[in-house]
Design a binder for this molecule. Structure first.
Ligand code: 4NP
Length: 153
């Protein structure tokens, strides 16, 4: 199964989701069943590593974030089975590039898999403090577990 996590810049939320998901499937011995990547709807940070604050908070949980930012592209609809977006703006931007209903049906919201958070979106932590980065990690951890369950793992 091929999974792509998407946010705006691809330096905070989607690299965190990618790293947490990779960590989880490794723990569960499922690494061979997945291809995992992340992307941003914007190209502003393309080529950059994840934000140092996001990396530091993830590392405190024993999770490395290896990704380099890249922009989401239309061909991603063809390659990936599931496209997991972080907020409503990401959803609109990604769906805006879809060519058909098959593409659109691949796009799901991470927050839909985070009932314990009480949130309808994974909030952008970029302009905030430490609590925002912790919240992202809590949400993508809950969401990754529930995504795996929803896919029958
Ligand atoms: P992300 O966070 O979408 O979770 O990667 C952001 C990163 C950068 C900016 C906004 C959000 N920015 O405005 O540069």
């Amino acid at each position: 199964m091929k999974v792509l996590f998407v946010c705006l810049g691809n330096i905070c939320r989607s690299p965190a989701a990618e790293g947490v998901f990779l960590h989880l499937i490794q723990e569960k011995g499922l690494s061979n069943s997945f291809e995992v990547d992340s992307a941003g709807t914007s190209s502003v940070h393309s080529g950059e590593r994840a934000d140092p604050r996001m990396r530091e908070h993830a590392l405190k949980r024993g999770i490395e974030l290896p990704s380099r930012a890249r922009q989401f592209k239309r061909e991603d609809f063809k390659h990936f089975d599931s496209i997991v977006v972080m907020d409503d703006s990401n959803y609109r931007n990604v769906v805006g590039l879809a060519e058909n209903n098959t593409d659109i049906e691949k796009v799901i919201k991470m927050a839909s898999f985070c009932p314990l958070s009480g949130e309808s979106e994974v909030p952008d932590p970029y302009y905030g403090g430490a609590a925002g980065f912790e919240k992202v990690l809590d949400m993508v951890t809950e969401g990754s577990e529930n995504l795996l369950t929803s896919w029958g793992f």
